[in-house]
Design a protein around this ligand. Structure first.
Ligand code: AMP
Length: 396
């Protein structure tokens, strides 16, 4: 079956058409600047070249229509008609406590997703727009919602409760949810396969280090803790997000800089992290280049980043009373060999030793620890689209 995977943002939409039998990507691409002047669609069939077309996309429905037109185009298309799309899998950011797993999209499911909008006001409404647009254009095609939060719904109360008045949890659902669940699930399962051991018998720490970044503790096949919280702002120092900090800083900075809450949130989400620390960029390639050239703030940013990841790994070793496998994934986790090395230098107390040669390999599942390392350290490229396609197939 061919499964269309849709990841819909407020002004952009990523898509992949995946054959679920071979797990091959038949075509993929991106619509950008939806609803804004200068919208364009990128389309790339398997083995073919990437094509960018400027085309007006006043709405998401129009964007999805362009995607479907490209997929079924006589010349560059990869399918003859929409009848060849067996199902659509939608990425949905927040499933709150309502969704502990992926779900078939029905009117009730849509209403329940809507109820989670408040928890992710930037993401969920956009995800719903994508769902509705697909329903309009493919009313007969079964659809599935795959949630970023669902995998972490196994977290025990002691891990998800904040030290706040309990009624905020009862009344407003203020608790830790965690994100990147599709990736943490995919990578931890794959890590168990690479280790050649049963998923249910392992203690795995997954470090998803991308522009957004989170660490998770997966014990016996279940997420028992993760570094992101009510929103994706908590936890690690990220590209532009602060991660953990003393909440009193908010009032202090608001007074000093004459900012309101929205202004402070903007700083914490968009101007902090390694961008704010280094003053160079949110992209680690730029920061590493600056650090190599002797830029002191870039060096400080990289050190603070590695330290925070190592601290979380230590916390999760404590939470699971041990660790068998540590897996790195996402843009930086997969490509940043110096970052991985820098983090693992804090972990010699766990008996971890890194094989430098393996650590320099790119683009595949690989064990980067030495054979006598007490904990296996791996790089496992994540594939959220494939994970969404698999979930979708399972439910249709
Ligand atoms: P993601 O959000 O998973 O796409 O990850 C994007 C981030 O990965 C970028 O902002 C970079 O900081 C990082 N990244 C990607 N490629 C490399 C690389 N070759 N070396 C270091 N960092 C990289």
């Amino acid at each position: 079956m061919n499964i269309l995977v849709i990841n819909c943002g407020s002004s952009s939409l990523k898509y992949q058409l995946i054959n679920s039998d071979s797990e091959e990507v038949l075509a993929k691409g991106l619509c950008e600047r939806i609803g804004i002047e200068g919208s364009q669609i990128t389309y790339q069939p398997a083995g073919g070249k990437k094509e960018i077309t400027v085309s007006p996309m006043p709405t998401h429905t129009q964007a999805i229509k362009l995607v479907l037109d490209a997929l079924t185009d006589e010349k560059k298309g990869v399918i003859k008609s929409l009848a060849e799309v067996g199902a659509v899998g939608h990425r949905v950011v927040h499933g709150g406590e309502k969704f502990t797993a992926s779900t078939r999209i029905t009117d009730e499911a849509i209403a329940a997703i809507e109820e989670c909008n408040e928890l992710a006001p930037l993401h969920n409404p956009a995800n719903l727009i994508g769902i509705r647009a697909c329903q309009e254009l493919m009313p007969e095609t079964p659809m599935v919602a795959v949630f970023d939060t669902a995998f972490h719904q196994t977290m025990p109360e002691e891990a998800f409760l904040y030290g706040l008045p309990y009624e905020y949890y009862e009344k407003y659902k203020v608790r830790r949810y965690g994100f990147h669940g599709t990736s943490h699930s995919f990578v931890s399962k794959r890590a168990a396969e690479v280790a050649g051991k049963a998923y249910e018998d392992l203690k795995i720490i997954v470090c998803h280090l991308g522009n957004g970044a989170s660490v998770s503790a997966v014990k016996n096949g279940k997420s028992i803790d993760t570094s992101m919280g009510l929103t994706p702002l908590e936890g690690l120092i990220m590209g532009t997000r602060s991660g953990d900090m003393d909440p009193a800083i908010m009032e202090y900075i608001a007074k000093k800089e004459n900012l309101d809450i929205a202004g402070v949130m903007n700083v914490l989400n968009k101007k902090s992290g390694v961008l704010g620390l280094s003053g160079v960029s949110s992209d680690f390639r730029d920061i590493e280049e600056a650090a190599d050239a002797g830029n002191e703030r870039a060096i400080k940013a990289l050190k603070a980043y590695n330290y925070r990841v190592a601290k979380y790994i230590g916390a999760y070793v404590a939470a699971m009373n041990g660790v068998d496998v540590i897996a790195f994934t996402a843009g930086l986790g997969e490509n940043g060999n110096t970052t991985r090395k820098g983090i693992c230098e804090y972990l010699t107390y766990l008996g971890i030793a890194i094989n430098e040669e393996a650590n320099n390999v790119r683009g595949k599942d690989i064990v980067i620890s030495t054979p006598d390392s007490k904990v296996q350290v791996m790089v496992i490229p994540t594939n959220e689209e494939l994970a969404i396609a698999r979930e979708t197939l399972a439910l249709v």
